[in-house]
Design a protein around this ligand. Structure first.
Ligand SMILES: Nc1ncnc2c1ncn2[C@@H]1O[C@H](COP(=O)(O)OP(=O)(O)OP(=O)(O)O)[C@@H](O)[C@H]1O
Ligand SMILES: [Mg+2]
Length: 213
């Protein structure tokens, strides 16, 4: 059965689209059958996927909030993994996508604002689980991390205080994410031996374990 993974948080700019493209790129390289739904009205993921190394990944932009579940169902046929990238604010698309997800990934930068928005997103996941009467696994991934800063410790403490599960892998701040977006590459395709590619690989492997992929 297709595993649907939604990357979401009510905070903008936390690396949702960058992680979506990078994970797609990694799994495509591993010969996994991947696809994507871009539920963000800004269609940033769609622009990225339409150029460079990701061109052959099936994807659909669905900005009609009421159509999001159907869009995911349609693209899921004969696909192993479908990633859903949502807008950086809470809307119906986010709730619906969470409701049909096998795993919800909540990217958060190490900042108090991001933590608060991640906690709000966790609440949406909890409510969606109640609505659908099933468990919806979720996990926070720290993104745009600058090594050796105390703010990481503060961030981790806050998440621990609220019992929020985190991926072991944290994603460092790295300009390859910005440059690869212009070219349509990803850290995986542009610098496969680089630090960013190694982190994406480690994150993907954690997800694989979580989802028994
Ligand atoms: N690990 C990183 N290191 C450095 N820059 C990054 C990293 N991840 C993302 N960025 C940059 O931060 C900006 C926001 O990233 P991205 O668009 O992936 O976030 P988003 O959560 O999808 O944003 P939005 O809420 O607007 O959809 C982009 O300019 C991107 O290139
Ligand atoms: Mg985005």
């Amino acid at each position: 059965m297709t595993k649907v993974i939604t990357l979401c948080t009510t905070k903008g700019g936390t690396s949702k689209t960058s992680l979506t493209a990078s994970l797609l790129s990694y799994w495509q390289g591993e010969k996994r059958l991947v696809a994507a739904v871009d539920a963000d009205p800004n269609c940033n993921l769609t622009r990225w996927l339409d150029k460079g190394s990701l061109k052959n990944i099936p994807h659909q932009a669905e900005t009609n909030e009421g159509q999001i579940i159907e869009a995911v169902e349609n693209i899921s046929r004969e696909r192993e993994i479908v990633l859903v990238d949502v807008a950086g604010f809470g809307n119906q698309s986010m709730v619906y996508a969470i409701g049909i997800s096998s795993l919800v990934i909540i990217p958060s930068r190490p900042s108090e604002d991001d933590v608060l928005e991640a906690l709000k997103t966790k609440q949406v996941v909890t409510n969606a689980a109640k609505l659908t009467r099933r468990e919806i696994p979720y996990r926070v991934v720290l993104t745009q991390v600058k090594a050796g800063t105390l703010v990481i410790e503060h961030t981790l403490k806050q998440f621990q205080a609220f019992n929020v599960p985190l991926f072991d892998t944290a994603i460092a701040s790295c300009t390859i994410y910005q440059t690869s977006r212009f070219s349509g590459e990803t850290p995986i395709s542009a610098e496969p031996q680089g630090k960013a590619a190694k982190e994406i690989t480690a994150l993907a492997k954690e997800i694989e374990v979580q989802l028994s992929l």
